[in-house]
Design a protein around this ligand. Structure first.
Ligand code: PLP
Length: 385
């Protein structure tokens, strides 16, 4: 596909001019940098980026330029992607299940911080230099996120206390970490985890150097944008209360909330059936819309005609299928689209930077791999372009 290097005013301008028949991801570097600044100015600790959310070189380069110096990497491939961009970047390897070859790759890449949630995984790290930080990851049955990461990773608090003792005895820099689950809108989830972290450190008799409060910060999906600053304030308040006198350094590793606002995805209506009730798009759950399967209906959708004109009819519910021959390729909650939507129109999804292009497959020859840089993602209607 074409690479587009010179910025264009907006998705509308580009679509009207080129009328692409494939899905296009629009990137606004300023929006990415604004998200980075929001975390750097508001969080009150080290801000790292969870590369898994979107590993495109443009994303890593813009976040690096904005001052994000640390990256949460889950695999040797992600380490290489970051190192290719910045040889000095700090790597945190927080996928707690690793093969021996992956551990060796992490050591070779100079990983500064590792997480573990089980004794066998700590044993695998015997060759890691002792100046490295090892964070014990624990999980609680808290709610508030779109889905719970605790089912897969994380020691119980009791196991975590024992592991923390072993980490300290082995001479590593001891830390604790958790992840409240992605798209978590409830500050109470962080508060519950932080209170438990303080209890784990107390029971272990270990003063932790750092507390990693994970990612999980919510992106704007519909209605009002999430109040990240309220979450930051709740985190700071609870850390000061729960760790009184022994407050650790703080760290976070947002993926979704860091990159979501940086991108909008333009898909195209291929066909309308059943009087318009059923819409076939040129992208679906095997492409850039994968995340909608787990996150539900997106409320941040606008429809424009092929000449850039905005559709403004009454919003009506539609059944939405993707382009592949698989009948599972359907948005489970459908979409609300304007009544005047037509075949050939573009359906733009805002806030789509996370877990979109990163999860897009080439199934049936479809998927998203065209990224176009624009000055702004908000609509500039062009009329005939
Ligand atoms: C260890 C770790 N940190 C950070 C993240 C990023 O989470 P989110 O995109 O919800 O901020 C993930 C997501 O899988 C993760 O596993």
């Amino acid at each position: 596909m074409q690479r587009h290097l010179s910025p264009i005013a907006s998705p509308e301008v580009y679509l009207a001019r080129h009328q692409p028949d494939h899905p296009v991801m629009f990137l606004a570097p300023d929006a990415l940098r604004t998200s980075a600044r929001r975390f750097l100015d508001g969080f009150g600790g080290l801000v790292t980026y969870a590369v898994k959310a979107n590993a495109r070189a443009e994303v890593l380069a813009n976040l690096d330029a904005a001052g994000i110096g640390g990256f949460d990497v889950a695999s040797p491939q992600e380490m290489a992607a970051v190192r290719a961009l910045n040889a000095q970047a700090v790597l945190h390897y927080n996928n707690p299940v690793r093969s021996p070859a992956e551990v060796a790759a992490g050591i070779a890449a100079g990983v500064a911080s590792w997480s573990v949630d089980e004794t066998g995984e700590l044993d695998k790290l015997h060759a890691v230099p002792r100046q490295a930080e090892i964070a014990v990851r624990f999980a609680l049955p808290v709610v508030g996120a779109a889905y719970d990461f605790g089912e897969k990773f994380g020691a119980t608090p009791e196991e975590a206390a024992k592991l923390l003792v072993r980490v300290a005895e082995a001479g590593f820099v001891p830390a604790l970490s958790f992840h409240p689950g992605t798209q978590c809108s409830d500050p109470g989830a962080w508060v519950a985890y932080i209170a438990e972290a303080a209890g784990i450190a107390r029971r272990a008799g270990v003063r932790i150097a750092r507390l990693n409060v994970g990612g999980g910060f919510a992106a704007h999906r519909s209605g009002a944008a999430p109040d990240l600053e309220a979450v930051f304030a709740a985190i700071r308040q609870e850390v000061n209360r729960a760790f009184a006198g022994q407050v650790p350094d703080l760290m976070c590793e947002p993926g979704r909330a860091m990159v979501a606002e940086g991108f909008s995805l333009a898909t195209r209506v291929k066909s309308l059936r059943s009087g318009g009730d059923v819409v076939y798009l040129n992208d679906g759950i095997y492409g850039g819309l994968t995340d909608l399967r787990d996150m539900g209906l997106s409320g941040r959708v606008r429809v424009i005609g092929p000449l850039g004109e905005r559709r403004s009819g009454q919003m009506v519910p539609r059944v939405v299928f993707g382009p592949t021959c698989d009948s599972l390729d359907r948005l489970p909650d459908g979409l609300m689209l304007p009544a005047d939507t037509q075949t050939g129109d573009y359906v733009l999804f805002d806030g789509m930077g996370a877990y979109s292009i990163a999860m897009s497959t080439g199934f049936n020859g479809y998927g998203v791999d065209d990224v176009v840089t624009v000055l702004s993602l908000s609509g500039h209607s062009t009329g005939a372009g």
